[in-house]
Write a protein that binds this ligand. Structure first.
Ligand SMILES: [Zn+2]
Length: 140
């Protein structure tokens, strides 16, 4: 049954409790909780959105430079070497995530979520894996 994983998790941009629970399960490498967390994220758009927003804000902060202009798609901030690390469906989603300003207080994921909805389950899963990997980078 449900149990908790006590773990420090920063991921300050990820706010949804289920999304944070999934990240903690990944950090703890708990097969059971990872499976249920993945299933929840793939079933509930608000959980996926929370993870996607956290991903966009984290990468935008890492990838922007003083020449970055807004609004911009996350894709356009990404160094080519970083884009090559992402799966094709994640690159597609990154094209559709719009960052409104340097502070990142306006992030529009609507079009990206629509695109995710239209993807196959396997593609959606690859995007989730990429997002979770990025969010956990530097954690644990
Ligand atoms: Zn667990």
């Amino acid at each position: 049954m449900a149990h908790r994983h006590p773990s420090r998790l920063n991921a300050e941009h990820v706010t949804h409790p289920s999304a944070r629970r999934l990240l903690k399960a990944e950090l703890a490498n708990c097969t059971e909780c990872r499976a249920s967390g993945d299933a929840e994220a793939l079933r509930h758009p608000d959980v996926l959105d929370s993870l996607l927003r956290g991903f966009v804000l984290k990468r935008a902060a890492q990838w922007r430079d003083r020449h970055s202009r807004y609004p911009t798609a996350l894709y356009d901030l990404a160094p080519p070497a970083e884009l090559r690390l992402l799966s094709a469906p994640t690159r597609e989603a990154a094209r559709l995530c719009v960052i409104g300003s340097r502070s990142g207080d306006r992030v529009d994921t609507t079009a990206a979520l629509d695109e995710l909805e239209a993807m196959t389950a396997a593609e959606r899963r690859r995007v989730l894996d990429d997002i979770v990997d990025a969010l956990l980078e530097g954690e644990g």
